[in-house]
Design a protein around this ligand. Structure first.
Ligand SMILES: Nc1nc2c(c(=O)[nH]1)N[C@H]1C(S)=C(S)[C@@H](COP(=O)(O)OP(=O)(O)OC[C@H]3O[C@@H](n4cnc5c(=O)[nH]c(N)nc54)[C@H](O)[C@@H]3O)O[C@H]1N2
Ligand SMILES: Nc1nc2c(c(=O)[nH]1)N[C@H]1C(S)=C(S)[C@@H](COP(=O)(O)OP(=O)(O)OC[C@H]3O[C@@H](n4cnc5c(=O)[nH]c(N)nc54)[C@H](O)[C@@H]3O)O[C@H]1N2
Ligand SMILES: [Mo]
Length: 670
């Protein structure tokens, strides 16, 4: 008889959906959204609707493999787990003896968001003394921008969106990346709210909005300053709120805004003066404007400043004081689940060097004292997702680099491995998940046995610890025991009843410890528009990095509803919906280059060149080109994916990736 088992979506998405998995004879037969989950409410995205096709894909790795050809060729021979672990540990012992443990670099990110499996390697690498990875590829600039203005103030409840009368989906492709936020925005709209989308091209989210505003990539800080200029010039301010809650407003008004008129900043943000003026008036006059800020606009050289500047808007119009008003960037619920019992920083002796995951290319090709001699990749696909793919691949090709990849599929990265280890999917191991798009969490047990010889991240680190000859009892615990350690950790966020709910596998909603719309957890106790501890005391227009690269078109490497970063390319039907790796271009830009629709083209800059099929479309404004998805190399015509064009430069705050801060030129492929 088929059985229905509760599980949780493990992917890097704010929604952390509750799943119902139908299991028959040890196989997942179908997956649907849990109707009783407070956020999911039965609605799943197109990617997870057929998660069983990922879990039981014929492409799954089922046994450890050893390289049997040149690096990158994909030629491997099967070996046993015992042999694989022994070979890895022998090589590491040799490397540590010759070069020290810092010559070993772990590389992981967010293949799974489960608090145990995601962090399962930390204790091991801390004890080993390996180089530490700075995990900053996603949106640390967003956090940095928020922190400069708002300190440790937690996020407001995103469900308030439903009470707003003007919803701004800003730099977020919610229809693809946060479908439950999209649903809630549409509920607000049905109740009479207007819905705006602010993006760099016409996404499905723009189609669902009443109005779409298309900005120049990286131009939102300028737009926000121009809006502030109009709001101040036309006295659309909420003076009482500012007097009681805002620090530094006068300095912004006196020192910065005079140079930020719509006329001055229109060329930077790409919107006409009259549109900026109208936006400012409508935003300021709305009863309770709500901004849902995505991560798209933070992956630029000016990303932190952009986020900080936009976040000033609700303060000057007093939106925080109204139900449904404010700005939401994402929840930070670390306090609810302290990770120390799993990551064990106390295992570290000394302070091994930090290597930015955004600069893997340089780490593998330039870093010295010691050079990186071994790379251990788990639940990440750096050969595809990391910036400056040419540098990354040059590194991965090094014969003297010993690479191990623990994966579910033979990804671009796994193809360069000396040893590949097969990984479980989330249905095959237990974990505890917390959302970063609302305040909820849920635990789940394994729903099915491991596929083939796959093992979870935690199991592999347990085996590696034994292989290294360590007798530390920590590594002999089971995954369930570690999850219990996380649950048992006392924190004011959860009382005993709530923790019991989690143990029973029920989704749990919780609330932040302070009122996020009243109590500002900053040094001054106010919203700090001026922050003298920051290198930039006041918001001001900052350029993006790529303007200095000298190529005429801004490239937007965007997301697709049918994949998640480089995940889901194993599902044939989803991949078919994406068709092929395309470059979207405005008709005028195509005409200026003599290019025609469906033609094979090459986009290039100083770092690389990438082949695309051209799609000419009005959805993209002049001066911008767009490509969606992070394709596996086996499914694209050229040898390189979009990240051959992106750079290893970092954001202004948070040391984040600047994956969207790219300029290129385009020509036909011959
Ligand atoms: N289907 C799907 N879902 C996903 C992902 C996925 O790849 N696919 N990725 C997951 C991950 S890891 C993350 S971090 C989140 C990200 O989800 P989002 O926060 O939505 O971020 P992005 O999709 O990166 O960018 C959002 C939008 O910002 C636009 N954008 C880019 N630059 C700018 C700019 O300068 N100004 C403005 N106004 N807009 C800009 C992009 O065109 C895009 O439509 O989504 C998660 N969910
Ligand atoms: N051009 C471009 N580049 C991007 C982005 C973009 O939008 N455009 N997005 C950026 C962003 S926001 C992010 S967050 C990063 C994401 O970068 P990554 O975190 O590397 O994300 P994925 O590409 O989804 O790769 C995750 C891999 O983990 C594997 N996996 C899943 N579960 C497990 C498990 O339990 N154990 C093990 N060992 N493996 C597992 C999956 O099979 C998959 O291959 O990419 C960044 N790179
Ligand atoms: Mo991300």
């Amino acid at each position: 008889m088929p059985e229905i088992i509760r599980s949780v979506c493990p992917y890097d998405c704010p929604d952390a959906c509750g799943l119902l998995v139908t299991v028959h004879n040890g196989r997942a037969v179908s997956v649907c959204g849990d109707p009783d989950h407070p956020i999911t409410r039965g609605l799943l995205c197109p990617k997870m609707n057929h998660y069983e096709q990922t879990v039981h894909s014929s492409r799954r790795l089922t046994t450890p493999l050893r390289r049997a050809g040149i690096k990158g060729s994909g030629a491997f021979e099967p070996i046993s787990w015992e042999t694989a672990i022994a070979e890895i540990c022998d090589r590491w012992a040799e490397i540590i003896g010759d070069h020290g443990a810092e010559a070993i670099l772990p590389y992981s990110y967010a293949g799974t968001m489960g608090l145990l499996q995601r962090n399962a390697g930390h204790a091991f690498f801390h004890k080993l003394g390996a180089s530490r990875l700075e995990r900053t590829i996603c949106s640390p600039a967003k956090e940095a921008g928020w922190k400069t203005l708002m300190g440790d103030t937690p996020a407001m409840d995103p469900a308030e969106i439903e009470q707003s009368d003007l919803v701004l989906l800003w730099g977020i492709n919610a229809a693809a990346t946060s479908i439950h936020a999209m649903r809630d925005a549409q509920t607000a709209r049905r109740r009479g709210a207007r819905l705006w989308a602010i993006d760099t091209y016409r996404t499905p989210t723009c189609d669902a909005a009443d109005e779409a505003f298309l900005v120049r990539p990286g131009g939102d800080g300028a737009l926000a300053l121009a809006l502030l200029h109009v709001i101040v010039a036309e006295n659309l301010l909420e003076h009482d709120f500012i007097a009681a809650n805002v620090f530094g407003f006068e300095q912004l008004t006196a020192r910065i805004l005079p140079d930020c008129s719509p006329a001055e900043l229109s060329p930077v943000c790409g919107l006409p003066v009259d549109v900026i003026v109208r936006m400012a008036r409508e935003y300021a006059r709305a009863r309770a404007p709500f901004i849902r800020l995505g991560s798209g606009l933070c992956r630029y050289g000016n990303g932190a400043m952009t986020v900080r500047t936009i976040s000033c808007l609700p303060a000057v119009v007093g939106a925080w004081a109204k139900p449904g008003g404010g700005i939401f960037l994402g929840t930070s619920t670390g306090g609810a689940f302290p990770l120390q019992p799993v990551i064990r920083e106390d295992f570290m002796t000394g302070t091994p060097r930090l290597v930015s995951m955004n600069q893997l290319g340089s780490a593998l090709t330039e870093l010295a004292d010691p050079a990186v001699r071994s790379l251990y990749v788990y639940h990440s696909n750096p050969a595809a997702i990391a910036p400056d793919q040419n540098a990354v691949i040059r590194g991965l090709e090094r014969e003297d680099l010993f690479t191990v990849v623990h994966e579910r599929f033979l990804t671009d990265s796994a193809r360069y491995a000396d040893i590949v280890l097969p990984a479980t999917s989330s249905l095959e191991h237990p974990d505890l998940y917390r959302s970063y798009g609302s305040y909820h969490a849920q635990c789940c047990a394994a729903a099915i046995p491991p596929v083939g010889g796959a093992k979870s991240n935690w199991e592999v680190f347990s085996l590696l610890a034994a292989g290294m000859g360590w007798d530390e009892p920590f590594f002999r615990q089971s995954a369930d025991e570690l999850i219990e350690l996380l649950l048992a950790e006392a924190t004011p966020w959860r009382n005993r009843d709530m923790t019991e709910q989690l143990r029973r596998g029920n989704p749990l909603l919780f609330t932040p410890l302070t009122d996020p719309k009243k109590e500002w957890l900053t040094r001054s106790g106010k919203i700090e528009i001026m922050n003298e501890c920051d290198g930039e005391p006041l918001p001001r227009p900052l350029p993006i990095h790529a303007v200095s690269d000298g190529f005429p078109l801004r490239l937007q490497p965007a997301t697709t509803p049918f994949a998640l970063n480089s995940s889901f390319y194993e599902q044939d039907e989803l991949r078919a919906k994406q068709r092929r790796i395309e470059l979207l271009m405005n008709p005028d830009d195509a005409e200026a280059r003599g290019l025609s629709d469906q033609q094979e083209v090459v986009a290039w800059n100083g770092r690389g060149d990438v082949r695309f099929t051209l799609r000419i479309t009005e959805r993209v404004p002049r001066g911008t080109v767009v490509t969606e998805g992070v394709w596996w190399r086996e499914f694209i015509p050229g040898d390189r994916g979009v990240n051959a064009l992106t750079s290893q430069r970092l954001t202004d705050g948070g040391r984040g990736s600047t994956l969207y801060d790219v300029t290129v030129e385009v020509k036909c492929f011959v």
